[in-house]
Design a protein around this ligand. Structure first.
Ligand code: UDP
Ligand code: MG
Length: 318
């Protein structure tokens, strides 16, 4: 029985990577007895990525692209790919060749063995920049502590999903996306495949520190209300401490000649509590903001051009 594989690739300013990746994917997928489509999702690139994608499509009509009206972010590019893919299984991977295309073969094998999701885990690698390693580790630790799902360290958006899982994903009305968490949350039969990441083929990381921070914050707040509970617990603890101190001060005023004095301690206390209250308000605000964004029901992304719409996919059976 022949099947169809969709590979989706979020792409943001990757003009020097797309040809190399497409070439590698063609080399890997052609010998397999299957149909395939490679869908690049151009996330509002400002360089020549789109022109390169147009050329790629002329060279191989199994290559498609979806281009966004602006930069919506990696997670939304992935969502668009999942929304549009037509394969029996969908593989998502980065455009910079850090995710080794050769791993696709064992991933497809596992899928054929009966797994619904084959996700990958990046092995600890000295090739990764120190900053990336440290922040990534801290993020997973914090995420697993604060949220209600367990995500293994180093599992990024390099995975294979069966059509059934993709269809469930497409029905989720969630606006703030943290796809690796959602995939874990959906369940199904999942397999974890470790891999050694390559170095970025060309260019620099498109995940700025700000994007990474927002992504981490979104991951935590999308999967847990623990930060709210934590705020409440801290509030209670502080109230208890200040109440005990008030009793102590009152009793010492009545029964001893020790007088509590000092402007510094008062002002420190006021500032500390004030700061803490602002943090708590911020946490609550973060959740209310999420409700607000979800309530507006804006689309997650805007498509400028989609070659999958243009013509029916011409299947190239190899
Ligand atoms: N990416 C994207 N939109 C963005 C940022 C990144 O589509 O706003 C893509 C990028 O082109 C790449 C993938 O997401 O294919 C992962 O980004 P990158 O390799 O820069 O992240 P890193 O590997 O440094 O975490
Ligand atoms: Mg990368």
């Amino acid at each position: 029985m022949s099947f169809k594989i969709s590979v989706i690739v979020p792409t943001y300013n990757e003009e020097k990577n797309v040809w190399m990746l497409a070439q590698c994917l063609e080399d890997i997928l052609s010998p397999i007895n299957c149909f395939y489509e490679i869908i690049f999702v151009d996330d509002g690139s400002q360089d020549n990525t789109l022109t390169e994608l147009e050329k790629l499509r002329q060279h191989n009509n199994s290559i498609h692209y979806i281009s966004f009206s602006r930069n919506f972010g990696h997670q939304y590019a992935l969502k668009a790919g999942l929304d549009m893919a037509t394969g029996d299984c969908v593989i998502s991977m980065d455009a910079d060749l850090q995710h080794p295309p050769a791993l696709l073969i064992p991933m497809i094998d596992k899928w054929q063995e009966g797994y619904d999701v084959v996700y990958t885990q990046r092995l600890e690698d000295a090739k990764l920049p120190f900053f990336k390693r440290v922040t990534s580790r801290a993020f997973y630790k914090l995420m697993n502590w604060l949220s209600d799902i367990e995500i293994e360290e180093g599992t990024a958006d390099f995975r294979l999903m069966d059509k059934v899982v993709v269809n469930v994903f497409k029905q989720l009305p969630e606006r703030d996306l943290f796809i690796r968490g959602l995939v874990k949350w959906m369940g199904f039969k999942q397999y974890c495949m470790p891999y050694e990441p390559n170095q970025r083929y060309s260019g620099t990381s498109k995940y700025s520190f700000k994007k990474m921070l927002l992504f981490a914050l979104n991951g935590i707040t999308s999967f847990s209300v623990k930060p709210l509970r934590l705020a409440m617990i801290i509030g209670f603890t502080l109230s208890l401490v200040s109440f005990s101190y008030a009793v102590f001060a009152f009793l010492s005023y009545l029964f001893t000649n020790w007088n509590t004095s000092g402007w510094t301690s008062v002002i420190m206390g006021v500032l500390f509590i004030g700061g803490l209250q602002l943090i708590m308000l911020g946490i609550i605000g973060e959740y209310i903001g999420k409700l607000f964004m979800q309530a507006k029901q804006r689309p997650s992304y805007i498509v400028k051009k989609n070659t999958l719409d243009e013509s029916p996919t011409i299947l190239t059976k190899k």
